[in-house]
Design a protein around this ligand. Structure first.
Ligand code: PLP
Length: 354
């Protein structure tokens, strides 16, 4: 039985993408070679890279606006330091909204002065700080659009007087935004795009070249821009699969179309959380993420029963992160509405039984 995959990442990918990717692993475009055997310098792979980067910019509405899309390695975690390495000359500002945001802030401190512009650590990150302003004497301002662990999501981004850098690992391509507000966006592939192993970086080219420090070649964005993400051997399978997912999303109607689906899924689970007296939501209502819904049982004594019922109904990956406990239903782009309906049915069934 195919599972309802609510995993926070690596997570569900569209079935047709998995099928096409698996065919390419055996025989890429009837070439008699596997995708992972061909040279990344060959024409067919260069076409894959070009298509993937073009699709990323097109879906984000950023083509022709001075941005370059890159597929890099090292996960979003490497971007925590790479952004600072390339952009932090004296002072940067960070919005501390969760574990990943705090990690990015910690890395940046290795390169210069870092101001915590606002934080929600005081309440175990269950809300998004508001009412702060971004100082104008910063090299850049860094935020995390969606806090995967805590289930909060920035709905209104600040107007920033300095370049804005955003970790969009867990909600990229899931909702319409004015992406041109951001000067650098990065996202690990393994939630809304493809397998782990590549990280999408979308960067405004005029952001670079402003720091005086020497940057090691593999951490210098300029090298990857110059070589079209082929400064060294790229992760061909992860890039190819990401390209297939981006094509899938474009064929569906792009971000605006998937956003509607994501909103329907989120509405369904949050209404159950609010109406079912056995559950309570973790995140502040107005900051609830459409990607990761975090919730707890009111009475922990029901845990074993609920877990058993969820397992029997084919649920995968609904356990909450250890820093929040309870449950987390991650509802990335490829998760069907029917999976959320199935989970909601288990939650209602528990209420009927209890
Ligand atoms: N940033 C966010 C918002 C994440 O959710 C994650 C992982 O889940 C990361 C960064 C770290 O990503 P990676 O494992 O690709 O380094």
């Amino acid at each position: 039985m195919k599972k309802h995959n609510f995993s926070a990442g690596p997570c569900i990918l569209p079935q047709e993408v998995l099928l096409k990717a698996s065919e390419a692993v055996v025989d890429f475009n009837n070439s008699g070679l596997s995708l992972i055997e061909i040279s990344h310098r060959s024409k067919p792979f260069i076409e894959v890279m070009d298509t993937a980067t073009a699709l990323a910019l097109e879906l984000l509405g950023l083509e022709g606006k001075g941005y370059k899309a890159l597929f890099l390695q090292g996960g979003a975690s490497t971007q925590f330091l790479m952004t600072a390495y390339n952009l932090l000359e004296t002072k940067a500002g960070y919005l501390n909204t969760g574990t990943w945001a705090a990690k990015s802030l910690k890395e940046a401190k290795l390169f210069g002065e870092v101001v915590e512009v606002a934080s929600s650590k005081d309440a175990n990150y269950n809300y998004i700080p508001k009412g702060y302003s971004v100082p104008s004497d910063l090299d850049y301002f860094h935020c995390t659009s969606n806090n995967t662990i805590f289930g909060t999501q920035i709905k209104d981004f600040p107007t920033s007087p300095v370049p804005m850098v955003c970790d969009m690992s867990s909600d990229i391509f899931s909702r319409t935004l004015d992406f041109s507000k951001f000067d650098l966006i990065y996202a690990g592939a393994q939630k809304n795009m493809g397998p782990a192993g590549t990280t999408l970086v979308v960067i405004k080219e005029d952001l670079l070249g402003k720091v005086t420090r020497a940057i090691p070649s593999m951490l210098d964005y300029k090298n990857f821009i110059e070589k079209d993400s082929m400064f060294n051997t790229p992760p061909v399978f992860a890039v190819y699969t990401s390209m297939l997912t981006l094509q899938w999303l474009k064929d569906l109607g792009g971000i605006a179309a998937i956003e509607k689906e994501n909103e329907k899924k989120a509405k369904l689970i949050y209404s159950e959380i609010d109406l079912n007296p056995l559950f309570k939501g973790f995140a502040a209502t107005e900051d609830r993420s459409t990607m990761n819904a975090t919730f707890n049982l009111v009475d922990e004594k029901l845990k074993d029963t609920f877990d058993e019922m969820a397992k029997e109904a084919g649920m995968n990956g609904i356990n909450g992160h250890r820093s929040v406990g309870g449950y987390r239903a991650s509802m990335y782009n490829a998760l069907p509405y029917t999976s959320v309906a199935a989970l909601v049915e288990v939650m209602s069934e528990l209420e009927r039984k209890a």
